[in-house]
Design a protein around this ligand. Structure first.
Ligand SMILES: [Zn+2]
Length: 83
């Protein structure tokens, strides 16, 4: 962003101060991009971790809810995040 100074938003014909300068806004945007990349990496990591059962190495897994995996071979349940 070339503009340096405070940023203002507009609702209808009313203007308001966003509380950010253009420089701060650029930095925030960069931070969001970095966080998104990190998140993508972590999600990929989770998928890698759960492609096989950590106990019996079976790929006969059933995922339920968001973070829970059930292995159909050894009948163990485990949590994605603790692998
Ligand atoms: Zn298993």
């Amino acid at each position: 962003m070339e503009y340096i100074g405070k940023l203002y938003g507009r609702i209808g014909n009313k203007h308001f101060d966003t509380g950010y300068t253009a420089k701060e806004w650029d930095e925030l945007t960069k931070q969001v991009e970095t966080l998104k990349k990190q998140l993508n990496k972590e999600q990929k990591l989770l998928v890698d971790i759960v492609s096989h059962c950590p106990l019996c190495d079976s790929d006969n897994l059933h995922q339920y809810k968001l973070h829970h995996i059930h292995c159909k071979d050894c009948k163990e349940d485990f949590n994605k995040s603790c692998g």
